[in-house]
Write a protein of this length. Structure first.
Length: 765
């Protein structure tokens, strides 16, 4: 066979050993980065963090749903105040109105933040530990974010067992995070401690399992990351997560803090995410090792930043950081472009040397590089198609957003599909273009993506640049010293095995199967970097067409079998329930009521309430997306009350709920701007709104924890007449006529208007 990158023939055992070494390094990398800490018992030394002690704290306030303004939220707040005062901290409750805007949307709400201070001995500033005590309305939020709050209590206890910190320690336990970071917004806008600035360490959870990942930082994070990697015994996370999160619309309380000028770090565990924002986010499902890892990190960072000169943490650049076989690798972002350029130069040098040795021609390398787009694109398409097929075959996945209960088999299926796509490209062209051309052409894509990330997302550049560097350097040395080619080729594969699989695993858990193509992209790039190993591990002779067909059919069969096995293993039961969506909507103007569901294929339980796609019975401004509906018996309750006036483009309203509902929504048939809300006893709060809401009326205003006497709302909207649909909402369907509880294998989904009784009235101004 011509066009070989490795001219010297090595024993077959050498190739097998090299491939096995790659697999071993891959496994060690993935397992090492996936590990959590062994939970410490309650008998652990007083100065150490104990997950068992933290779980005991958690059981005192996180056994029921705590949406903002609810009685359960008040009970949790009172317990936290009592516990923190018992630890000797200075505690206050900040009563305020939080506000946040998004496209076409303004959200307001009354919040009660718990703020506790432990003064330092010679303070250089404040170190804030931040988490939120409210939960989603459908679950107890043991992980999100009760576990972080419990970890804060255990951390304070451990700190009090030692000597005093140098800096002031401030615990900010916010309210209203689930409704739009409302508590954090109120804190940074009004609280005197916020005006001083400082370092904030925010703690979150997007699942119930997995290691605590430091996934977000403020800008110019070099000193912060250095402190993190030296103070934390088992650091997890990498700068690609920081880069990607900065580009996404997602946010936590950390967003509000950094927008107000705080520097800091944001951490969370993200596995077991099918429990996120459901009744399954319970203490029973919380992995103690995850709480231990998060708590150990919290305690270590509180001590490190609590004893540092905070002024010395300022920096003018970011660090690139990632894990490799238990070590944390860091380098300044000023090296991103030089390393990306070096990878390109090494690849160009390898191509030039291969051409000089008559192993390849430039046209063949170019064809190889361009044709490599086929397996890259096919891998992404196949992964996305697999999710679409899963949703079609398993009704119930539609409401899970790709976060299935047992994702591992499906993730392996994506890897198998990616291998199939790669073999479909590699095997037919192996004989025509040669292994050398394919190997060098394949390296072009991680090299190019490294350059692209250097420009667009520097923190993620290592994901592509490091494998490209290793692969190109290995190929170049192998051609220069063919007698020893086994060593550089193996090293060129081992380095990517230390980096890419661990990042891929985080991507799979971070975005879920609905965006499985993101993980597939990383898998196929890993495969392209491994191509030189093929010359060592596979026979030298040309493959017959029949053999190629058998290999490809076998690879595809394995992928299909894995997907089928995943569907068989991931059935719904009482421990792993299917999600459902149901709301009760009363049009108080017409005195008609409807059951409403947004499920693609309703569960048998949901079918008791809905059976048609007809939305004509729904009040104006309520329908959003494709809905199932069914008639319901009207409740004999008063609806929302709206009075007001209009002067030019300015609409001034007083809103309240005749039935004492906790939440009120205004849907406006015009784009809105300049929205202001005022609750009794609070100063007016204003936000700027632009754009229009997707899938509903152009403008929307929400007020959470509406006071009994109501609130005043002002906004601007152009037009001869403005129509406003007011919707007051209460959590839970138990009081709705004809409601029957869910069976054990069905739970409420995460859609925001689910499991609510909504009463509407329409007004015109």
């Amino acid at each position: 066979m011509t066009g070989k990158l490795i001219n010297k023939r090595f024993p077959p055992a050498a190739g097998v050993a090299s491939a096995l070494a790659v697999l071993v390094v891959l496994a060690l990398s993935v397992l090492g980065n996936a590990s959590t800490q062994q939970p410490a018992p309650a008998s652990a030394p007083a100065g150490e963090f104990s997950a068992e002690r933290a779980v005991s704290e958690l059981g005192r306030f996180a056994t029921e749903a705590r949406p903002m303004g609810s009685p359960a939220s008040d009970r949790a707040k009172e317990h936290l105040v009592e516990r923190l005062r018992a630890e000797g901290l200075q505690v206050q409750v900040q009563h305020s109105v939080g506000a946040r805007s998004a496209t076409g949307l303004a959200t307001f709400g009354r919040v009660d933040n718990v703020v506790a201070t432990l003064p330092g001995s010679a303070s250089t500033g404040s170190v804030l530990l931040a988490a939120h005590y409210d939960s989603a309305a459908v679950g107890p939020g043991a992980s999100d974010d009760g576990s972080s709050v419990a970890a804060m209590l255990e951390t304070v206890r451990a700190l009090r067992a030692g000597g005093p910190l140098r800096n002031d320690l401030v615990l900010v336990i916010t309210d209203g995070e689930e409704d739009g970071l409302l508590g954090a917004n109120a804190f940074v806008r009004e609280h005197p401690l916020a005006l001083r600035g400082g370092v904030v360490l925010n703690w979150e959870a997007r699942g119930v399992d997995g290691p605590s990942l430091m996934f977000e930082t403020s800008e110019d994070n070099a000193r912060l990351v250095e402190t993190f990697t030296t103070a934390v015994a088992h650091p997890r996370g990498d700068s690609s997560m920081v880069a990607m999160y900065r580009m996404l619309p997602n946010n936590t309380d950390f967003t509000a803090f950094t927008q107000a000028g705080f520097t800091g770090l944001n951490s969370a565990y993200i596995e077991g995410s099918s429990r996120y924002h459901t009744a399954g986010d319970s203490i029973a499902n919380l992995a103690p090792g995850s709480l231990q890892h998060q708590g150990e990190n919290m305690l270590a960072l509180a001590r490190a930043f609590g004893g540092a000169d905070l002024a010395g943490l300022r920096s003018d650049h970011d660090l690139i950081y990632f894990r490799a076989l238990g070590m944390t690798i860091t380098y300044p972002d000023t090296l991103v472009w030089p390393l990306a350029g070096l990878a390109a130069l090494l690849l160009a040098g390898a191509v030039a040397l291969a051409r000089y040795r008559r192993l390849v021609s430039l046209p063949k390398v170019l064809v190889s590089a361009l044709s490599a787009l086929l397996p890259i694109g096919a891998s992404v398409v196949l992964a996305q198609a697999m999710w679409s097929l899963m949703v079609a075959m398993r009704p119930g996945y539609d409401l899970m957003g790709g976060l299935v209960h047992r994702p591992l088999i499906f993730q392996v299926a994506i890897v198998a599909l990616t291998g199939f796509a790669l073999l479909c490209w590699y095997l037919p062209l192996r004989n025509r273009l040669g292994q050398a051309a394919l190997a060098l052409g394949g390296l072009a894509w991680p090299t190019a993506l490294g350059i692209a990330c250097a420009a667009l997302a520097p923190g993620a550049s290592f994901v592509f640049t490091v494998p490209a560097l290793a692969g190109a350097l290995g190929a170049l040395i192998a051609m220069m010293f063919p007698r020893w080619a086994l060593v550089p080729v193996s090293a060129g594969a081992l380095v990517p095995a230390m980096v890419l699989p661990a990042v891929t695993r985080n991507v799979f858990h971070g975005v879920g199967l609905a965006l499985g193509g993101a993980g597939a992209l990383l898998v196929v790039l890993f495969g392209l970097v491994l191509l030189p190993i093929g010359e060592l591990a596979f026979p030298d002779r040309a493959l017959r067409r029949r053999s190629v067909a058998v290999i490809l059919l076998s690879a595809f069969a394995v992928a299909c079998a894995l997907m089928g096995g995943g569907l068989a293993a991931d059935g719904f039961d009482a421990q792993h329930p299917r999600r459902s969506h149901l709301a009760y909507v009363l049009d108080a103007d017409a005195n008609t009521a409807s059951w409403v569901s947004a499920e693609d294929e309703p569960t048998d339980w949901t079918k008791q309430f809905v059976g048609t796609r007809d939305t004509d019975r729904l009040p104006a401004g309520y329908a959003r997306g494709d809905l199932w509906t069914g008639p319901a018996q009207p409740l004999g309750v008063d609806g929302p009350r709206v009075t007001g006036s209009r002067a030019g483009d300015t609409v001034t309203l007083h809103v309240s709920s005749g039935r004492g509902a906790a939440d009120l929504v205004l849907r406006v048939d015009r784009p809105i701007t300049d929205v202001t809300a005022r609750a009794p006893g609070s100063a007016p709060v204003s936000v700027q709104v632009s754009g229009t809401r997707a899938g509903t009326w152009p403008g929307e205003i929400r007020f959470r924890d509406l006071p009994p006497e109501g609130a005043d709302i002002t906004f601007r909207a152009r037009g001869n007449e403005v129509q406003v649909t007011a919707i007051d909402e209460t959590h839970g369907l138990a009081t709705a006529p004809g409601f029957r509880p869910r069976p054990p294998d069905v739970e409420a989904g995460t859609r925001e208007d689910g499991d609510r009784i909504a009463v509407t009235r329409t007004y015109r101004f």
